[in-house]
Design a protein around this ligand. Structure first.
Ligand SMILES: NC(=O)c1ccc[n+]([C@@H]2O[C@H](COP(=O)([O-])OP(=O)(O)OC[C@H]3O[C@@H](n4cnc5c(N)ncnc54)[C@H](O)[C@@H]3O)[C@@H](O)[C@H]2O)c1
Length: 244
């Protein structure tokens, strides 16, 4: 017996590369009938749509609240949502700029709230018992001062997950988050300052390695599927035991 999302329609944000692309490919393999792939990077998005079946690209800057409302409100209701789009850069206390806070929170927090309320309202209106997964991070639970704003944005994602989980449960919509440690993507590569720090991070991980995008995508598939039908409001570490 395999985990399936047979016939489900899904919206994935930040789908063009990294974790979002792996999630999109995994969901299509698991039977998703349509994946609305939202992304700011048009070339990568077009490449994804040309290489993976059932992908419908939506070119959109999610940090633009009104454009997001205008674009997504025209969509049909979907069964599942993956809030994956995110940004990261170093923001060390002492040199943090107001624009760092605004730009990181615009994508990691504000866009996630905006997309979730648009899509969940459509689910409710159509009577869809949906499932939503947010990409948080292990940095929501473990601090890295060099990334203060990013860590704070992901701690906020955990709290948003809890709040939406409570609000939407009576409608039969589940909301969960995954909290990965370093995943082998462009973003993950930007976390350690150098090879030496990367090696230290690997050694600090009880399973002794970083994470493959497919290892995150499979957990998200499980949380979107009926296999997790009583799981609601969890913020699930995918960290090889780092947090212990
Ligand atoms: N890679 C890691 O180590 C890691 C660890 C924990 C959590 N995460 C989280 O997982 C998610 C995906 O990370 P990734 O490593 O695949 O990153 P990535 O940089 O490879 O991909 C991010 C995606 O988000 C899209 N995006 C960014 N800003 C956008 C905007 N304004 N509008 C629309 N799309 C936008 C990008 O175009 C890209 O497709 C992020 O939320 C990230 O914070 C990543």
């Amino acid at each position: 017996m395999e985990i399936s999302v047979e016939g489900k329609k899904v919206l994935v944000t930040g789908a063009s590369r990294g974790i979002g692309r792996a999630v999109t490919e995994t969901l299509v393999k698991a039977g998703a009938s349509k994946v609305y792939a939202v992304c700011i990077l048009k070339d990568e998005l077009d490449k994804l749509a040309s290489e993976v079946n059932n992908v419908h690209p939506i070119h959109l800057d999610l940090s633009d609240w009104s454009a997001t409302e205008e674009t997504l409100s025209k969509l049909e209701p979907v069964d599942c949502l993956v809030n994956n789009a995110g940004v990261l850069w170093p923001t060390e206390p002492g040199s943090i700029k107001e624009s760092d806070y605004d730009k990181i929170f615009d994508v990691n927090v504000k866009a996630l709230i905006n997309v979730t309320q648009i899509i969940s309202t459509k689910m409710i209106d159509a009577g869809v018992k949906g499932s939503i997964v947010n990409l948080s991070s292990i940095t929501a639970k473990k601090s890295y001062p060099r990334f203060l704003i990013y860590c704070t944005s992901k701690a906020t994602v955990d709290h948003i997950t809890h709040n939406f989980a409570l609000q939407l449960a009576p409608k039969g919509i589940r909301v969960n988050a995954v909290n990965p440690w370093i995943v082998n993507t462009a973003m993950g590569a930007a976390v350690p300052v150098d090879q030496e720090e990367a090696e230290g991070f690997r050694k600090a991980t009880p399973l002794g390695r970083f994470i493959e995008t497919e290892e995150v995508a499979k957990v998200i598939l499980f949380l979107l599927s009926d296999w997790s039908s009583m799981i609601n409001g969890v913020t699930l570490p995918i960290d090889g035991g780092l947090i212990l």
